[in-house]
Design a protein around this ligand. Structure first.
Ligand code: FAD
Length: 552
């Protein structure tokens, strides 16, 4: 397999040569160093690299170039290689531009020219960026190909899993000539798909998520059987707890049933998270948080679902769905919420075959030119409408209320108002779904008049609120009527502590009714359902874990 590429672009030929020379000297044995003298030339080189199926690990671009600035180049390059690390080369006077670029192109670093000696100023930066890139699933997944049926829920599950874990792949239909060739080479038939083929030729037929996770370099097995802290759930709250737990010296493991990022990972653009004035995609925020947690030494386990929590003396023991157990002094529950299912005749038959819960971003390129229907009036539905409008011919937003003002942020309402292809249908609900092999038709009902009409579509995305899936905590910690975990002062009613509470103090602020078990983020009763508050509660839970451990 070809070495991954480091590409540098600078319009000053002497500087361009010097950068390439310094990079080759240190990284030439493991990376292919490519240099260009202008943005368009560099983009052309990237397109060729893409076509050859090679990877790009790092891009270094000079800021001041005549045809295309470094920021413009990096922005265009992101479409081709979103996972490549990005560095802007600037003169001292351009640092303002570099700071802008941090927001615009999610810049990883800016380097002031000249950087001599490279041992001090260039290599430490490049070393850490290449380490981060090599540790990402993307590096492990060079040219993964998935062969499957267009409308197969199993094939969708695999593509969704890879997309949520930020792993690039090529999707081939069984009747595509290359798809057929891969099936033949793997010795399987159309009936056996989905088939996953790695860059180095390993094949997996209809793999389970844990198998797939192993293949793309995600950790599924803990290295110890006892920790200071187990975090359950890898959304913003869980990742926040893992970063703070590990950075403050706790042996920390995070257990995630699917892919880190949680709901936030599915957001195409989070506009209101502090420090990102131009917004940040959920995928980028997740990637950064993962790297940060790993850097501090937290273990992150994927595809491991927790199904039970038991008390064993001072230890807290979690059970996985495969029967294995993991114990710790303390636990942070950060399991968030999951989308509620839409109830209408016929819908269940098409889940993953035209009906999707959440944004299912992996499907967007297939919606080109189509009419897409989205159910929901909150921010998540609004963000999805903006995102799908880049692909679909028309995006129909179905809401029960008269307008969006009660449930959606004003900035998003205004954004939707500016997009011609988005049509809001007030007082409208889905009454039924029909189709053959996949969704082909929806029946819509006017909620005021009861009048019904049929529309032809193959795409329905549902965002109708969410509920915590906390049934597995039955009998262990107190939950409210809707299943959210009750914590802190809310557990003390009329001066009485919760039943079974064994300590001579009230529960700490985020502590559940079992001492040493804390809840953070959306799963906690009365929490604010936002990324910032989830991260904040994750951090705060860790400080309470310290207080709990000190008193033990
Ligand atoms: C599409 C979308 C857009 C959004 N946009 C914004 C926005 O712009 N701004 C904003 O502030 N908020 C936004 N939100 C809300 C925000 O994402 C949530 O408030 C936030 O993600 C909550 O974080 P959390 O960690 O508490 O839970 P979650 O993000 O729900 O993460 C929980 C994690 O726990 C895992 N898990 C659950 N049960 C188990 C189990 N038993 N074992 C192991 N793992 C388990 C899940 O797989 C999941 O990964 C958006 C939400 C959505 C869906």
């Amino acid at each position: 397999m070809a070495n991954p590429v480091i590409l540098s672009v600078d319009d000053d030929p002497a500087v361009s040569r010097a950068v390439a020379r310094d990079l080759r000297r240190r990284y030439g044995d493991r990376y292919r160093v490519v240099r260009a003298n202008a943005g368009p030339e560099a983009l052309e080189a990237l397109r060729e690299i893409k076509l050859r199926g090679e990877q790009v690990a790092l891009l270094l671009a000079d800021y001041r170039m005549p045809e295309m600035t470094g920021i413009e180049f990096l922005e265009a390059a992101m479409d081709l290689f979103p996972a490549a690390r990005r560095v802007l080369l600037t003169a001292y006077a351009d640092t303002g531009a570099a700071i802008d670029a941090i927001n615009l192109v999610d810049l990883d670093h800016y380097l002031l020219k000249p950087w001599h000696p490279p041992e001090e100023k260039l290599y430490p930066v490049v070393d850490s960026l290449l380490d981060a890139w090599s540790a990402s699933p993307i590096a492990a997944a060079t040219e993964i190909r998935v062969v499957g049926h267009r409308w197969s829920a199993e094939s969708f599950a695999i593509r969704d899993f890879l997309a949520r874990n930020l792993v690039p792949y090529r999707w081939l239909l069984v009747d595509d000539p290359e798809g057929a060739r891969l099936l033949a080479a793997a010795g399987v038939t159309e009936a056996d798909v989905p088939l996953v083929v790695t860059g180095d030729g390993k094949t997996l037929v209809a793999p389970a998520e844990a198998e797939l996770a192993g293949l793309i370099g995600l950790n599924v097995t803990p290295t110890a059987d006892f920790y200071d802290l187990i975090v359950v759930g890898g959304g913003p709250a869980g990742l926040g707890a893992a970063v703070y737990g590990a950075s403050e010296g706790l042996r920390t493991v995070l257990v995630e049933r699917l892919a880190t990022g949680g709901q936030a990972g599915q957001s195409s653009r989070i506009e209101n998270y502090l420090g990102f004035p131009d917004g940040v995609s959920g995928a980028q925020l997740t990637d950064r948080a993962r790297r940060q947690a790993l850097k501090f030494g937290a273990e992150l386990l994927s595809t491991r679902e927790v199904v039970g929590l038991d008390e064993a003396g001072s230890a807290r023991v979690l059970r996985f769905s495969d029967g294995q157990c993991l114990a710790a002094h303390s636990v942070v529950l950060a399991t968030g919420v999951s989308y509620r299912m839409l109830a209408a005749p016929g819908l269940d038959d098409f889940t993953g075959r035209g009906v999707f819960y959440g944004s299912a971003a992996s499907e967007a390129p297939s919606c080109v030119g189509a009419d897409v229907y989205i159910v929901g009036g909150a921010n998540s539905a609004g963000q999805a409408a903006v995102y799908f409008s880049r692909y679909a011919q028309r995006v129909h937003l179905l809401i029960r209320g008269a307008d969006l003002t009660a449930s959606m942020s004003q900035y998003l309402i205004e954004q939707l108002g500016r997009i011609e292809q988005v049509i809001v249908h007030p007082h409208t609900e889905v009454a039924a779904a029909a189709g053959d092999e996949h969704l082909q038709r929806l029946t819509l009902r006017d909620t005021r008049t009861g009048e019904q009409r049929d529309v032809d579509t193959s795409w329905l995305f549902v965002f109708i609120g969410a509920e915590p899936r906390t049934g597995w905590l039955d009998g262990t910690v107190v939950r409210d009527q809707r299943g959210f975990v009750v914590t802190g002062p809310d557990l003390v009613t009329g001066g009485r502590r919760p039943p079974g509470w064994s300590l001579p103090r009230d529960p700490y602020h985020l502590e559940a009714s079992l001492p040493g078990v804390f809840a953070a983020g959306d799963v906690r009763a009365a929490s604010v359902k936002r990324v910032a508050s989830a991260v904040g509660e994750g951090a705060m839970a860790v400080s309470l874990v310290h207080r709990y451990l000190e008193a033990q």
